[in-house]
Ligand binder design. Structure first.
Ligand SMILES: [Zn+2]
Length: 99
């Protein structure tokens, strides 16, 4: 993200609003730069972990993409992230039970 003068001004406004005291432009630019760097590193980290093994949110087992029985199971995985096993346990009869 580019640190433009407009964004620095925005940050100065936000700072004043949040802390009730002004911040100078140099300080504002430094803080904004640090924040952007932090966000970018978190974003990169998230992107990296996205490509790593996917864990089932229910049983925490690594999901094998080939383990899904049919299209419905894959679709359910895209929604809930559940592995085939947990889907079988949670959605008996192949249909989601009423909440
Ligand atoms: Zn599971």
């Amino acid at each position: 993200m580019q640190i433009t003068e407009g964004r620095v001004s925005q940050y100065m406004d936000l700072y004043l609003e949040e802390y009730g005291k002004p911040i100078n432009r140099v300080q504002a630019r430094n803080e904004l730069t640090a924040l952007v760097c932090l966000m970018e590193s978190v974003y990169k980290y998230c992107n990296k972990t996205k490509n790593m093994e996917t864990l089932c949110p229910n049983c925490r087992e690594v999901i094998d993409p080939d383990s899904f029985r049919d299209e419905v199971s894959i679709e359910e995985f895209n929604i809930s992230g559940f592995c085939q096993n947990c889907q079988d346990l949670t959605f008996r009869n192949g249909r989601q039970q009423a909440n």
